[in-house]
Structures are given as structure tokens and as C-alpha cells.
Design a protein around this ligand. Sequence first.
Ligand SMILES: Cc1cc2nc3c(=O)[nH]c(=O)nc-3n(C[C@H](O)[C@H](O)[C@H](O)COP(=O)(O)O)c2cc1C
Length: 190
Amino acid sequence: MYCETPEEIDKAFWLLPPRPVVLVSTIDKKGNQNVAPHCEFIKLYEGPFLIAIEKSHDTFKNILETKEFVVSIPTIDIAKKIAITGKPFPKGVSEFEKAGLTPLKASKVKAPLVKECCANFECKLIKELGSVGTESILVGEILCTHYKKVGPSEEETRLSTKAALHVHKGRIYTTINKETIDTKIDYTKL
Ligand SMILES: Cc1cc2nc3c(=O)[nH]c(=O)nc-3n(C[C@H](O)[C@H](O)[C@H](O)COP(=O)(O)O)c2cc1C
């Protein structure tokens, strides 16, 4: 079927399988903490993260200001918190407080780790690759990594990971084990 309306085009995009979601935490020049969910990223094999971020977002402005950020892997049990951190809170309002997440002191950067996440990667901005429309692609070299055991069993295989995958509109999340949560949260509205 040839898609003509935005609704039809949307339906075609819904066929994309769920994709990993990470939280990106930053601080601004004054030290205000910020955290927001991001799906448009890849981790290069034995290399840095490439992340596409809207240039109007606080996350983007903070990274350019401070040249650092933390990428954290959230688990499915904090799906609602992920959705809340995506909301358009005014600059200076901490999504950590709004979502009930715990900032932890990082080792090599000033941006905080997220305690509730199963892995945290402290990154330094090494390059801005350039703009694609309203977004810009940033390259973050990993300075150090933090890891926490999670999962229903001691068996720490890829197949038992509880890491959250984003399914639909910032609202629905799943895992590769198919535990799916509809947070009923519209992240685009306060
Ligand atoms: C699951 C999910 C994934 C998202 N992925 C991205 C992304 O990859 N890039 C981006 O610029 N915004 C993305 N967003 C939107 C931002 O997280 C959202 O607009 C947020 O309010 C930006 O906050 P900030 O202004 O504090 O950076 C995503 C939102 C959700 C809920």
C-alpha cells in the first residue's frame, strides 16, 4: 500500500522493531543536573557512542557547554521514570527529582551517573559530526564504565537482560524477554 497521509507513514515506521533506549545525563555551566531518554544512538565496535540530539534540547546545549555526558542503560522496571524524564521540563528543573531517579557522583566527569541504571558510561565529547536537519550528531568517547548485576537469575547472558527497549511514542517499553509496559505517559506533555 502506498502511504499518503502522515498517519499511514507513521504505521510503516511502527513496523521497525523496538530499539534500545538510554538515559543521557548532563550538567549545565551552573551545575544544574539534567537527564533525558535517547534512542537515536549507536555504539561503534570498540569505539565511541554516536548520538543524534535535537539542537534545541538542554541535553545538547549542556554537552556543548561542558564537553561531557553520561550514557546510562535503564531497565524495564523503571519504564515510567524513563517516560517522565522525556517530558519538556523548563531549563533548570531536574528530571532526576521529577522522575525519582538518584544522581550519583561519577569518577571522571561532573555529569552524574544514574543509580537505578544497570550500566553507566562516562563520556567526553570528542567531535560534533554536524547537523542533520534540527539535530546534530555528537561523538562521545567512553572514559570509564560502571556495571551492576541485574536480571531474574544469576545467569548474566544477553538473553536475560532487563535492559529497556523503546516500542512506541516514548510510552511503551519492552525487553528482549518480552516483558512489556505501557506507561500511559505522553512524554511530550507536562
Ligand atoms: C524513548 C525516547 C527516546 C528519545 N530519543 C531521542 C533522541 O534520540 N534524540 C533526541 O534529540 N530526543 C529524543 N527524545 C526526546 C527527548 O528525550 C525529550 O524531548 C526531552 O524532553 C529532551 O530533554 P532536554 O531538553 O532536557 O534535553 C526521546 C524521547 C523518548 C521518550
